[in-house]
Design a protein around this ligand. Structure first.
Ligand SMILES: NC(=O)c1ccc[n+]([C@@H]2O[C@H](COP(=O)([O-])OP(=O)(O)OC[C@H]3O[C@@H](n4cnc5c(N)ncnc54)[C@H](OP(=O)(O)O)[C@@H]3O)[C@@H](O)[C@H]2O)c1
Length: 257
């Protein structure tokens, strides 16, 4: 078993190995998820890479020894359950889940379309919950595991046009911290990462009127996705509750540095 610790179920005394362990990374076809999958594979992990873009996953998988491409839409909950089942069937274990797939939506409160609201909350909140529900019994039976949810600094901000996105991430914060407390007894550690603006396709993939919100080019000047991936690996290794891309976000969250 890849877990070591003081035996008293204290999160901070636990570490989880990465080499030869099995991780699912959602949203692995681009950006932070892709960088995380590469970083995990570089450390010897077996990575199941999940997203909707099957061709991109096939291509990525050819570069990552021992990886498994899994095409799935995180808003289709039965498919998420099936996908986790397929990963378990393939590897016979699941040690980590990185809930990374997510999108933004630029619309004022006055303009919010219920269908898009539903899609964002399905992708950013319920999809991660369903994926957690699917891996928890496997991890419990194995004696532990690591779940890392990719949140956003916007969870602590009020930004015109971004209420749906920031509210979805605030909801993810609540579910993550509660799951962390609930799963401590099972040695399943739930951590969260709070990226700041990161240079990925996130701005380009934003839903809503392209004229709304921050320009997508603004993301090009952000942190590198590899930096966020390094925080994910740190979270897996250390298992603290929250990891922030910078001190500004840490202060906004009211967490001592
Ligand atoms: N970039 C930033 O500035 C920033 C800042 C804070 C937080 N974040 C968070 O970081 C996470 C990753 O975003 P990113 O910056 O790497 O953006 P990205 O480059 O747009 O990547 C998003 C990933 O999510 C996948 N995805 C989107 N909809 C999906 C669906 N319905 N089902 C399955 N996969 C889906 C995409 O793959 P397919 O299209 O192939 O499905 C893609 O792999 C998100 O949770 C985001 O909220 C990003």
């Amino acid at each position: 078993m890849g877990w070591s610790g003081a035996g008293n179920l204290q999160f901070r005394n636990q570490t989880m190995q990465i080499k030869d362990h099995v991780f699912i990374v959602t949203g692995a076809s681009s950006g932070i998820g892709l960088s995380t999958a590469v970083a995990l594979a570089d450390r010897g992990a077996k990575v199941a890479v999940l997203a909707r873009s099957g061709d991109a996953l096939q291509k990525l998988s050819q570069q990552l020894p021992g990886s498994l491409p899994v095409t799935a839409d995180m808003t289709k909950f039965d498919r998420v359950r099936e996908a986790v089942g397929a990963v378990y069937q393939h590897y016979g274990r699941i040690d980590g889940l990185v809930n990374n797939a997510g999108r933004s939506y630029a619309a004022s409160v006055e303009e919010i379309e219920p269908e898009v609201f539903d899609e964002i909350f399905h992708l950013n909140v319920l999809g991660p919950i369903i994926a957690m529900q699917a891996v928890i019994p496997v991890m419990r039976a194995q004696g532990g595991g690591s779940i890392v949810n990719i949140n956003s600094g916007t969870a602590f901000m009020t930004i015109p046009q971004y209420s749906v996105y920031s509210s979805s991430k605030r909801a993810l914060l609540g579910f993550s911290l509660t799951a962390r407390a609930e799963l401590e007894k099972d040695r399943i550690v739930v951590s969260e990462i709070y990226p700041f603006i990161t240079a990925t396709n996130f701005g380009k993939n934003r839903m809503g009127n392209p004229a709304n919100g921050a320009p997508s080019t603004h993301y090009a000047d952000g942190d590198k996705p590899e930096f966020v991936a390094s925080l994910v690996l740190q979270a897996i290794a250390e298992g603290q509750a929250q990891y922030f891309a910078n001190d500004r976000l840490r202060k906004m969250a009211g967490v001592a540095g």
